[in-house]
Design a protein around this ligand. Structure first.
Ligand SMILES: NC(=O)N[C@H](N)C(=O)O
Length: 484
């Protein structure tokens, strides 16, 4: 047999593969043995509650959906109400007194030794986007309840120095009403009474949707939902990172330094509805073509803000510099009327989601965008209306709470994986969180949990079981150190 260069390479390759396989299987065996050795050491880390049960609950809640075949739970939908009831049961299982408030938020509270002391609030949201993953929001509620369940089993829940309250907020995503934080903004006292009259696509208002679930909300009792700032010590939230940084760093947990500000706009473009086959191109006032041009403009502006923003007119140079790195813009929803293939639409509506760390810079972008939108609409002889649906300014997390969360995350990671690098990363959040609303009530701190590929708002969203465990263990550590 002649050994050609090719087959020589193949046999070398075979030998290499074989050796690699041998090494990998040896490593795997070693890790199985070391896992065994570790498991007995980890038993005191409440694996059954903080990992296994928490993961089971995440999957259980992930099945509670208004849609067939994908996850969708919007504000006070039937599935949201069912999810709230399940969470309420888990709160009671953790030894908490529970109630549902007039914005549909589910609360679970333990008074500890001193019911009049300032309470620690822990929260996240129970609503989801359309075609969501199972971790966004639910992770923060479930890990907090798991940690409290451990304290209950240990007999330390009644001995806490201050009350602890877990809140599962009814709306953070803002999918149904385009106005986010309905739940947490009510608790923080920043939800205007006009929010009760916002309508969803079917024309039902927030007030009517609540009434359908037997909750009577009025302007007066909306005011009563506001917590007295003097009764609150702080707010903490665990959330999946929804970005790739922790995965890149190879770490399960990170601290949140701050959260980008956000604005949501609705742009309505109206033109002349007509027959697709008969109206000559030169005679059209097509809102679809205009909307397409506006979207391309938005993309260019957000990719290259420096090119569009005039330093003197819009903002100082610091704003423009920081915009270049943090500005992100998205058109996520579009609808046409009458939405038929052989009709030039009469109206096209689309949303714009803008985020940046710099609030002044964001304002400058909105100013410039609006100016350019009106110019393009005029040039195309269509009319444009821009409605501002939601605004939340950027938030900086509290340094003391962050440092305490950092120590808790460090200690949890150390207990789980032994050696940890000293650095616990501090990250900026491009995603919005209930902490943004709670910031108006009290100091806030957030812990991020690694997610696969940084993917979120997608059914592909995934958090490792051990990372769920690390997060719950960090909260347990935080409570034992700061509240016990
Ligand atoms: N954590 C999130 O997904 N939050 C928001 N709903 C958002 O950033 O749009």
């Amino acid at each position: 047999m002649t050994i050609t260069k090719q087959s020589c390479l193949s046999s070398r390759r075979f030998l290499f593969d074989y050796l690699l396989l041998f090494l990998l299987s040896t490593a795997a065996l070693a890790s199985i043995f070391s896992d065994d050795a570790e498991i007995s050491g980890r038993n005191d880390l409440f694996r059954e509650i903080l990992r296994d049960e928490a993961v089971e609950r995440l999957h259980e809640l992930g099945k509670v959906s208004d849609a067939d075949g994908y996850l969708e739970r919007t504000f006070m939908s039937p599935a949201s109400v069912r999810a709230g009831n399940i969470i309420r049961g888990w709160m009671e299982d953790a030894g908490l007194r529970t109630w549902v408030d007039k914005m549909g938020n589910v609360h679970g509270r333990v008074e500890g030794m001193n019911a009049s002391a300032e309470a620690l609030l822990i929260g996240s949201h129970l609503d989801t986007v359309v075609d969501a993953g199972i971790f966004d929001g639910s992770l923060g509620i479930i890990t907090a309840l798991s940690a409290l369940k451990v304290l209950n089993i240990n007999g330390t829940l009644g001995k806490l120095r201050r009350p602890i309250e877990v809140i599962a907020f009814s709306d953070e995503e803002g999918v149904r009403f385009h106005s986010t934080f309905l739940g947490s903004a009510a608790v923080a006292g920043i939800l205007p009474s006009t929010a009760l009259q916002i309508s969803d696509k079917r024309g039902m208002t927030v007030q009517e949707v609540l009434k359908k679930t037997s909750i009577e909300i009025t302007e007066e009792n909306l005011l009563q939902l506001k917590y007295d700032p003097k009764s609150v010590w702080g707010y903490i939230e665990v959330h999946i990172e929804q970005g790739p940084a922790l995965e890149w760093l190879g770490l399960p947990l990170g601290i949140v330094k701050g959260i980008a500000g956000q604005t949501r706009l609705k742009v309505i473009v109206r033109g002349s509805q007509g027959h697709a086959g008969t109206v000559p191109m030169s005679m059209r006032h097509d809102p679809m073509a205009a909307a397409a041009e506006l979207m391309v403009l938005l993309e260019s502006l957000c990719k290259h803000p420096k090119k569009f923003l005039n330093y003197d007119v819009h903002c100082n140079d610091i704003s423009v510099e920081s915009l270049s790195t943090s500005l992100v813009c998205t058109v996520g929803e579009i609808s046409a009327w009458p939405n038929a293939s052989n009709v030039i639409p009469g109206q096209v509506t689309f949303t714009v989601d803008l985020r940046a760390m710099d609030d002044m810079g964001r304002e400058a972008v909105i100013y410039e965008l609006s100016y350019q939108i009106y110019q393009i609409c005029e040039k195309r002889s269509v009319s444009c209306i821009i409605e501002r649906k939601h605004d939340a300014n950027a938030v900086i997390c509290d340094s003391e709470l962050s440092s305490n969360l950092k120590s808790a995350a460090y200690s949890a990671s150390k207990k789980m994986i032994g050696e940890v690098r000293d650095e616990m990363p501090s990250l900026m959040s491009g995603a919005g969180h209930d902490a943004m609303a709670m910031y108006h009530l009290t100091k806030v701190g957030m812990l991020f949990v690694r997610c696969r590929g940084g993917i979120s708002h997608s059914p592909a969203e995934h958090v490792l079981d051990d990372d769920v465990w690390a997060a719950a263990l960090a909260i347990l550590d935080f409570l034992e150190t700061n509240v016990n």
